[in-house]
Design a protein around this ligand. Structure first.
Ligand code: GLC
Length: 797
């Protein structure tokens, strides 16, 4: 509960009770193609596949004043001329009751005004490219309610970048007309540059009493969305723009309700390549049953998705995130990459090999088929030499951009493919053929092997992979120089070789297995040598010359970096003792009330060689911000070290529903129900403020950290491994996990109050010799796991 809303976990909804939280708090309504982002007061936009190429409606996010406008609006005009909106914007007429509920793939507004209640629910069906608006009205007045009901959107020019640069002339390339047969507004966009010629529509159930296709005619010369002149006059003007202009969709329906009477109306905003296809959708969703059935399909799809892992844990904040909001967020990140939210502009599009592969990692468990598709797409952007393009847009098919070299691009595909194989056991996927970008086809397995050999074959003087421009950390370009080597990438290579070695064994590739083992051993030795181990922690970058390594205590700034400590543990490069030492230093120097900072001390930005100028102020972004994406690795490392108390304390504190309450929504700003990519840390006076919600690697990694490392239910190539790293005070927890066709109902008991250590495992009452649950034919099994001090079972990490 905060000043602006609360979680309703039973309904899987976040309820916003004040239309003005400190920032737009949005939801994504999407079927993977048509996507609407919608804020708590109806602000937002709708696009098809690409927010830059097929953006149907306008949205001004943070730019200009007022913010978070326009959107998907509904006007209710009373006979006395008052106009109100269940979304609150744009009219802002004071309402007697109002709330917004963001749910799984839908957003509902409930409002009442002088005895008329309106429930307006928006959603996108899983299988049709339309945004449906369902309106349920009820008249509780003594007398009749006489309303002019008007759904309204402002159309943009589909190509958002062209609109910004060229709207002065490309506005004449569009037509906005009314089709009386379909009672729908048609917006045709057909410029030669269009990705596809598109017919966008706004339609509704029944025949409207009036319409407007011209924004300026509808709003009038005053141009006020909060009080359109046509509605003030009580009649839409019937405007069309066959020769182009600034279009809108406004349909006016007369609704009369006796006391106690209810009315239901449905509207649809969508788009298709031909008007015939659009017509089919318009006719289909005129029928209430089609709308109801679509909502049923939506609910079932989300149930299936969220049903993969359902936990009952002693901590309600964690439970809410693991069961609902984190997996929900994972899908938005997979689909929208890093492009469109209330703060991401949506002016770019496509995928990036490293980010998209990470996003697909959690999806490999939640919805493996989507991950499989994504892996194939990304492998198609691997070059014949083994490297990957950084960014590309499969929707537009445009050529990838030539740019800086992110040396880590290749490792992530191994992690995600391993996750997919571990989830599904679909080893045939390794044989699927995918062509290199501009090259010949090769099997998925060969792509993966090639990704790692490329990194391994490009090492520097110290034997570690070359950094080139940067590794995972974008800001390291500031420290790049010829011959610089990345410790983090070396650790990741060790980890990825471990995974590929397992895959190679299953795939019958002993040579590759041996190669992986050799590389692992060799790099592990180098990583533990005095060149990398600084005495208390692992360094970050090594140089070929005499430059002091980055992440060394000898440096004045940037002495200690989180990532190389966390990855030393994750990759099992560090012994238990070294792991504890370096993670203790992390705790000592990087822990803040808001989470673990990325490095210490922050760069103060003096532009001289030893202290390069950084664009971020100390405490922000890669310059010692609390980078939640990397923070998740710190949590995983603590769980792996068996320090479940600390792992959980870090995790719990990071949860948006916990941290936003702790620092207060006014400071935190972002949605309490979605991960933010980072939190501003000290010494910045804004410490505690969250930046960039929804779209970041945080969402995938926090999900993995929570489910696989803290709760310790980890799919492996051979089955489900159970090895929790939990707080000692937990006495028990349960996980219902659907895995390879079986529902595992796992109860973990912790009578000795340990952090880690599986002592006994029972499957349907029969004791097992291992904590690895290998295949079963049963559809449902009960698993009981007892943790204890003298854990005898193999507790493989
Ligand atoms: C951002 C980028 C990601 C990068 C990270 C660290 O999250 O999307 O690619 O790895 O910053 O710099």
């Amino acid at each position: 509960m905060n000043d602006y809303g609360y979680f309703d976990d039973a309904a899987r909804e976040y309820v916003i009770t004040d239309p003005f939280p400190p920032a737009p708090w949005i939801n994504y309504l999407s079927n993977g193609h048509l996507c609407t982002i919608i804020s708590q007061k109806g602000g937002g936009m709708t696009f098809l596949d690409s927010s830059v190429e097929q953006r149907f409606t306008r949205y001004h996010q943070d730019r200009g004043v007022p913010q978070d406008r326009p959107g998907h609006y509904l006007y209710l005009r009373e006979q006395d001329g008052t106009i109100w909106s269940p979304t609150f914007d744009p009219t802002r007429t004071p309402l007697d009751e109002w709330e917004c509920r963001h749910g799984m793939g839908y957003t509902t507004f409930c409002a009442s005004y002088r005895g008329v209640t309106a429930r307006l629910r928006f959603f996108v069906p899983p299988d049709d490219n339309v945004l449906l608006w369902e309106l349920a009205l009820e008249n509780h007045r003594q007398g009749r309610a006489d309303l002019l009901v008007t759904p309204y959107v402002e159309f943009g020019f589909l190509q958002a970048m062209r609109e910004v640069r060229y709207w002065h002339w490309c506005r004449y390339h569009n037509t906005f007309t009314y089709d009386p047969k379909l009672s729908a507004i048609r917006y045709y966009y057909g410029t030669p540059e269009a990705l596809k010629n598109m017919s966008v529509f706004l339609s509704g159930s029944g025949t409207p009493a009036g319409f407007d296709c011209s924004r300026d005619a509808f709003l009038g010369r005053g141009g006020r969305e909060d009080a359109p002149e046509s509605l003030l006059a009580g009649k839409l003007t019937g405007s069309e723009l066959p020769g182009g202009g600034h279009g809108c969709g406004a349909l006016g329906y007369r609704v009369r309700m006796k006391p106690g009477q209810r009315k239901r109306l449905c509207f649809a905003l969508g788009g298709a390549e031909t008007w015939q296809q659009a017509g089919r959708l318009i006719r289909k969703y005129r029928k209430e049953e089609s709308v109801d059935r679509a909502f049923g399909r939506l609910g079932r799809a989300w149930n299936r998705y969220l049903d993969v892992t359902r936990v009952e844990v002693p901590d309600p904040a964690m439970q809410s995130f693991v069961n609902i909001w984190n997996p929900y967020n994972c899908r938005a990140a997979l689909e929208r990459a890093r492009w469109i939210s209330a703060v991401h502009t949506g002016m770019g599009g496509g995928l990036t090999s490293r980010d998209s592969m990470q996003d697909a990692q959690s999806i490999a468990h939640l919805h493996p088929a989507w991950a499989r598709d994504r892996i194939r797409v990304v492998l198609g952007y691997q070059c014949p030499d083994g490297r990957f393009w950084r960014s590309f847009d499969p929707v537009t098919g445009s050529a990838p951009e030539a740019e800086d070299i992110r040396s880590d691009n290749g490792v992530w595909s191994i992690l995600t493919t391993h996750a997919y194989l571990a989830e599904t056991g679909d080893f045939d996927f390794l044989k699927v053929s995918v062509a290199y970008y501009g090259g010949k086809p090769a099997s998925v397995f060969d792509h993966l092997y090639h990704a790692l050999t490329y990194i391994y074959e490009h090492v520097g003087k110290n034997g570690l992979p070359l950094l080139y421009d940067m590794d995972w950390n974008d800001s390291l370009y500031l420290f790049a120089e010829e011959g610089a080597e990345s410790v983090m990438l070396a650790q990741q290579l060790v980890y990825a070789c471990g995974l590929l070695g397992e895959i190679a064994e299953k795939h019958g590739k002993p040579k590759v297995m041996r190669w992986c083992e050799r590389v692992r051993k060799e790099l592990t030795a180098t990583l533990n040598s005095g060149r990398v181990w600084d005495g208390q922690w692992y360094r970050r970058l090594l140089y070929s010359g005499r430059r002091t390594p980055l992440g060394s205590a000898r440096r004045r700034e940037g002495k200690l970096f989180l990532n190389t400590q966390a990855w030393a543990v994750i990759a099992q490069v560090a012994s238990q003792q070294r792991g504890e030492t370096c993670m203790d230093r992390v705790h000592e120097h990087l822990a803040t009330p808001y989470g673990l900072q990325l490095l210490w001390p922050a760069y103060t930005g003096i532009p001289e060689p030893e202290d390069p100028l950084v664009s971020n102020r100390p405490g922000v972004g890669e310059n010692a911000g609390i980078f939640n994406h990397a923070f998740a690795w710190g949590i995983m490392a603590e769980a792996l070290l068996g320090r479940g108390d600390r792992a959980f304390q870090y995790y719990r504190n990071a949860l948006p529903n916990v941290l936003s309450e702790k620092v207060g929504s006014e400071r935190y700003l972002n949605e309490p129900y979605a991960w933010s990519s980072h939190i501003i840390g000290p010494p910045d006076e804004r410490a505690g403020q969250a930046l960039l919600s929804w779209l970041s690697g945080t969402t995938t990694w926090m999900y993995v950290a929570a489910t696989q490392y803290i709760l310790g239910i980890r799919p492996t190539l051979d089955g489900l491994l159970i090895n929790p790293g939990i707080p000692a005070e937990w006495a028990t927890f349960t996980v219902r996990r659907r895995y390879r066709g079986t529902l595992y109902i796992i109860t973990v008991r912790n009578p000795d109050h340990v952090n880690r250590g599986v002592q006994r495992v029972f499957v349907n009452g029969v004791e097992q010799a291992s904590n690895l649950l290998s295949g079963t034919d049963r559809r449902r099994v009960r698993v009981e796991v007892i943790l204890g001090k003298d854990s005898q079972l193999c507790t493989a990490l």
